[in-house]
Write a protein that binds this ligand. Structure first.
Ligand code: EPU
Length: 338
């Protein structure tokens, strides 16, 4: 394991914000991972594991150890005639893993095509798109427990998955380093095409016979149009979560803004499209210096080149304030600010 000092982490994050790590290491085996926690040079410092660096924003330099999880590998174990257990090691790039599953005929993650990040980071914020959350497919995961030095197996229910949420953001924050994730994937797919954009895209593509390959293609086409490629414009996907409000609040907003985009939830509350709220406040396409709001998807904040973490956060604060003043709705950041 090679420990680098005073390293720019800009190339390791999709936002492309300049920040330095006091120490940086690439981890490619469990032994290296154990080694780093016992390295005398870093004793007493804090540790930050990163995957694709796709959901984080550095507001300042990191006075600790950042290590990139690079443990690769995909394996399969048959479960029964209908399902297989497919395991991806933490360092596998998420979309490479999805592509592997789709091309080998394992169904369940195709709607999550092209989401940036790695297999190891997907459970933390329970990535989701087009009517599917990754927690729908996760059976269990393995992780290194920093408190005990043991490798543990955490079953799906133990992870307390919610909308862009899990124990890894709360009571277990900082405790576990995810090593691998095992998915229960189907041999005979159930297609999730209800999400409006997918049906329309499949129609536009002239697809009449559904398949997981076709869904992957449709999702890639939609995402490529709406969400900027981080290699071209720095971003971390959706910057905010879609907020939930109660029925009374929804009825009042609906009366005043008949075109508001909202989805009823089973408990009677409503989830609002934050992109719609932000756009309605006039932010879509806004740019100040190199910090901006994407022109095609107002939920995505962008770095056109040299924006600082503070400039992005200041823009996010202004957006949150104007959405609150206009709709009485509080937006929560989805991105992890370091
Ligand atoms: N909308 C607008 N203006 C905008 C953006 C969206 O009016 O600028 C409205 C549109 O009417 C659209 C609705 O909002 O129908 C929903 O927009 P979209 O389908 O783009 O999805 P989203 O709710 O903005 C969520 C996820 C995305 C995921 C998409 C597709 C969150 C925070 N974001 O975005 O996930 O790809 O749905 O399922 O839940 C991510 O988490 O980083 C991410 C990209």
């Amino acid at each position: 394991m090679h420990l680098l000092e005073n390293i720019s982490i800009k190339p390791y994050t999709t936002f492309g914000i300049e920040a330095k790590a006091r120490y940086f290491a690439e981890i490619t085996s469990v032994d290296q991972l154990k080694e780093i926690f016992h390295e005398p040079r870093v004793a007493g410092l804090s540790f930050l594991p990163i995957g694709g660096g796709s959901n984080m924003l550095f507001a300042s330099d990191y006075d600790g150890v950042i290590f990139r999880m690079g443990i690769k590998g995909i394996s399969v174990a048959a479960l029964d005639e209908n399902y297989s257990l497919v395991t991806g090691n933490a360092g596998e790039v998420w979309d490479v893993f999805v592509d592997w599953c789709v091309s080998h005929g394992y169904a369940g993650v195709e709607n999550l095509s092209l989401i940036p990040g790695t297999v190891g980071s997907c459970p933390i914020q329970n990535i989701g798109a087009y009517g599917v959350e990754v927690s729908d497919a996760i059976e269990y995961l393995t992780a290194y427990d920093k408190e005990t030095g043991e490798i543990v197996t955490l079953q799906n229910t133990t992870c307390k998955f919610g909308y862009r949420d899990s124990i890894f953001k709360h009571e277990a924050k900082g405790r576990y380093i995810i090593l691998s994730v095992t998915f229960r994937l189907a041999h005979h797919p159930t297609f999730h095409t209800k999400y409006g954009a997918i049906t329309a895209e499949l129609e536009a593509m002239g697809i009449t016979t559904l398949s997981i390959e076709a869904i992957r293609k449709a999702v890639i086409a939609i995402r490529s149009r709406k969400i900027p490629d981080p290699f071209i414009i720095g971003n971390a996907g959706s910057f905010f979560k879609n907020p939930t409000i109660n029925t009374d609040h929804y009825n009042r907003l609906k009366a005043e803004y008949p075109t508001i985009v909202a989805f009823p939830l089973p408990d009677g509350s409503f989830k609002l499209a934050a992109g719609w709220l932000i756009e309605k406040c006039g932010w879509k396409g806004y740019r100040k210096g190199d910090a901006g709001v994407h022109a095609y998807q107002a939920l995505v904040l962008v770095n056109y080149g040299t924006a600082t973490g503070h400039e992005i956060i200041s823009l996010a604060d202004d957006i949150m304030l104007s959405v609150y003043n206009t709709f009485g709705v509080h937006l929560d950041m989805e991105v992890n600010v370091i």
